[in-house]
Write a protein that binds this ligand. Structure first.
Ligand SMILES: C[S@@+](CC[C@H](N)C(=O)[O-])C[C@H]1O[C@@H](n2cnc3c(N)ncnc32)[C@H](O)[C@@H]1O
Length: 329
């Protein structure tokens, strides 16, 4: 008798639900359905698309749970209606652009492994302005969402000046400053990215309390006296030696007693859990020469070696994978 093959069976089709999500966001299906229930024909007419071509996608989205189908009509699920309708406050539909980029990297994993180099290299020092702009269209909503989750998790009302280290477009700093009216935020970034951060921050509701500084933190240390620091998806773009240098160079800019929140793809010490984090190295192999999913123990060791204390790892109920550390008082 043939042995069961549940893992292979799952692999054969598991990729398709995310791709339905991607197609739905690219076509803005969820925004089109924001007015309420519609048949495939009604939706196709509104979108000037042939109904025979959109109908299969609508059923795929309904099968995956992003749409609901009843009585011949489709509507957004509550989740899709909250997060995927353009113009709503928590719209993250453009996140599809980020994942399209990430998945393209993952598709090249075998070739990158064979070549011994990243075949879809993301070098933030070398990226053209257009490539940086394109990258952050997808990354920014994800960073904003993480900032909102962090604001839901940690009380920053007593903090004065936050530094978002390698903060990209400043999404995290923006979300935290918008939630905390007395908080100032500074993004420290490589020059091409600091320019993008300045634009995003100027357009935010907390624009007058936000700024960007361009600095390569592997070359020179952070200056200042920030009382809180966030570092999201930064260590994973660096190899182990650079992670150590980065944490050492950030420390001089943090006041005694300051807290550092490292958020990103941090894997348990068995390197297997959480599964979605362990799998992320497929992307990083194609993106970075040395950037990888790093483990909790590696992160702890760099922090201890560079003088941080009270190191704690947690995965919060709202999905933040976070290591917290403090500068000794
Ligand atoms: C994956 S992105 C994450 C951006 C942002 N933290 C976010 O969550 O959207 C990594 C960022 O680290 C920045 N970075 C990498 N090396 C850096 C360095 N040596 N100094 C400052 N920033 C750096 C890159 O420019 C890039 O914007």
């Amino acid at each position: 008798m043939l042995p069961p093959s549940p893992i292979i069976d799952r692999c054969k089709t598991g990729v398709l639900a995310p791709l339905a999500f991607l197609a739905g966001t690219k076509l803005d299906v969820f925004s089109e359905l924001s007015e309420g229930r519609r048949t495939a024909n009604e939706l196709a007419e509104a979108m000037s698309i042939d109904p025979d071509w959109i109908r299969p996608l609508l059923f795929a989205l309904a099968a995956s749970g992003l749409l609901v189908h009843a009585d011949g009509k489709f509507r957004n699920s509550d989740e899709a209606d909250h997060f995927l309708v353009r113009g709503k406050p928590h719209f993250i539909g453009d996140i599809g652009k980020l994942f399209e980029d990430l998945w393209r990297g993952a598709f090249l994993a075998a070739e990158s492994v064979k070549a011994g180099k990243p075949l879809a290299a993301h070098d933030y020092n070398e990226m053209s302005d257009d490539a940086v702009n394109e990258f952050f269209i997808g990354q920014h909503p994800d960073a904003l969402l993480t900032g909102l989750k962090l604001a839901d998790t940690i009380d920053f009302s007593g903090a004065r000046h936050l530094v978002d280290v390698g903060g990209g477009s400043g999404g995290l700093a923006i979300a935290l400053c918008e939630r905390n009216p007395s908080l100032r935020g500074t993004v420290v970034e490589l020059p091409a990215v600091a320019r993008v951060a300045t634009e995003y921050m100027a357009a935010s509701r907390a624009g007058d309390r936000l700024n960007a500084i361009d600095r390569d933190l592997l070359v020179s240390p952070l200056a200042g006296r920030y009382d809180v620091a966030v570092m999201r998806s930064l260590l994973q773009v660096l190899g182990p030696a650079d992670c150590h240098t980065m944490l050492r160079n950030v420390r001089p800019g943090l006041a005694a007693g300051a807290t550092l929140y490292i958020i990103g793809q941090i894997v348990d010490d068995d390197r297997l859990h959480p599964e979605n984090v362990a799998l992320f190295d497929l992307v990083f192999l194609s993106f970075y020469k040395q950037g990888r999913v790093h483990s909790e123990a590696e992160t702890r060791n760099w922090l201890m070696a560079t003088g941080y204390t009270d190191i704690r790892r947690e995965i919060t109920n709202n999905g933040l994978n976070m290591v917290t550390a403090r500068v000794p008082s």
